[in-house]
Write a protein that binds this ligand. Structure first.
Ligand code: ATP
Length: 256
C-alpha cells in the first residue's frame, strides 16, 4: 500500500479579481521526496507557495499537511506545524555573522525569544544551548564552518544562499519550500546545491518542494516534477515523464 502523502493539495483555486492564478490544482507529495514545481512566468508557482504558507487564502479546494487541514492554522503557526520556507530574495542580517544569522532561525519557532533571554530565565538558557548546538550542526552540514564567524556581507552570493538554507532548517521543518534556490548561482554552485539538497534531504529526513527555473537542476534533483501553466496543472510525474509531456514542451516553447 502507498504511504500517506505528507502534503495533499486538492482542487486549489485562487482568484485575484479577474485573474485565476490557480485553477483547481491537485497533487500529493510523499514524505522524504524532493518535488520540483515548474512553469513559465505567471504560471502560479509563487501563488501556490503563498497558499502553503497561509499568506493567501484560496477560494476553493483544500490543503492537508500530515492529514491536518492547513486552514485550521494561522500564518504564524505554519513554521511550528513543520513547514519552512526560503524566499527568492535573501533576507539575511548582512553585518551579523553566519552563526548568528543561522541561530536566529530557531527563534521563529521558540515561545521565549530575545526578551525572555535578556531576562535570563534558566529554562530559556537551556533552550538557547539546544539552539546553539543545532546551529553548529547545520553549519557543518552546509559546509559553513570555515566562515561561521564572518559577517554575511563578506561572503559570495552562493555561500549566502547556504546560510539562508541553514537558517530555514533551524525550525526543523518536515517540509521545506525553496523559492528559486539556484537563481543567481554559477554552474559550479548549482552543482554543489544539487548535492547539498540531496544531503539535507537524507540526513534530516526532509521533504522538499522547490520552485525553480533552472531545468537542469530540477530534472536531476527531483523525484517528482509538477508543471503548471496559466494556473492549471499540466503534468505531474517523474522528471523523464514531465520532460516528454507535449503540453510541457508547448508551454515552454510558447513562452520562449
Ligand atoms: P514567476 O515565475 O514569474 O515568479 P509564478 O509562476 O510564481 O511566476 P505567480 O506569481 O504565482 O506566478 O502569478 C500567477 C498569476 O497571479 C499572475 O497572473 C500574477 O499576476 C497573479 N498574481 C499573483 N499574486 C497576485 C496578487 N497578490 N494580486 C493580483 N494578482 C496576483
Amino acid at each position: 500500500s502507498a504511504s500517506p502523502a505528507l502534503l495533499e493539495v486538492s482542487g486549489v483555486t485562487v482568484r485575484f479579481g479577474g485573474i485565476t492564478a490557480l485553477d483547481g490544482v491537485s497533487f500529493a507529495i510523499a514524505p522524504g521526496s524532493i518535488a520540483g514545481l515548474i512553469g513559465p512566468n505567471g504560471a502560479g508557482k509563487t501563488t501556490l507557495f503563498n497558499c502553503l504558507s497561509r499568506l493567501y487564502t484560496f477560494s476553493e479546494g483544500s490543503i492537508h499537511f500530515e492529514g491536518q487541514p492547513l486552514t485550521a492554522y494561522a500564518p504564524h503557526q505554519i513554521a511550528a506545524l513543520g513547514i519552512g520556507r526560503t524566499f527568492q530574495n535573501l533576507a539575511l542580517f548582512r553585518t551579523m555573522s553566519v552563526r548568528d544569522n543561522v541561530t536566529i532561525g530557531g527563534h521563529c519557532r521558540s515561545s521565549s525569544g530575545f526578551l525572555a533571554n535578556a531576562l535570563r530565565m534558566p529554562w530559556v538558557r537551556r533552550e538557547e544551548a539546544v539552539l546553539d548546538q543545532r546551529a553548529a550542526g547545520l553549519i557543518t552540514l552546509l559546509d559553513l564552518d570555515s566562515v561561521a564567524h564572518r559577517p554575511v556581507s563578506d561572503l559570495p552570493f552562493g555561500t549566502q544562499k547556504r546560510v539562508e538554507l541553514a537558517r530555514a532548517l533551524m525550525s526543523q521543518p518536515k517540509l521545506l519550500l525553496l523559492d528559486e534556490p539556484a537563481a543567481g548561482l554559477n554552474h559550479e554552485e548549482v552543482d554543489g546545491l544539487r548535492l547539498l539538497l540531496r544531503r539535507i534531504q537524507s540526513e534530516l529526513s526532509l521533504t522538499i518542494l522547490l520552485v525553480e527555473h533552472h531545468m537542469n537542476l530540477v530534472m536531476r534533483v527531483s523525484d517528482q516534477v509538477i508543471a503548471l501553466d496559466f494556473g492549471r496543472k499540466i503534468a505531474d510525474g517523474t522528471p523523464a515523464e514531465v520532460q516528454a509531456n507535449p503540453e510541457v514542451v508547448r508551454a515552454y516553447l510558447g513562452a520562449a
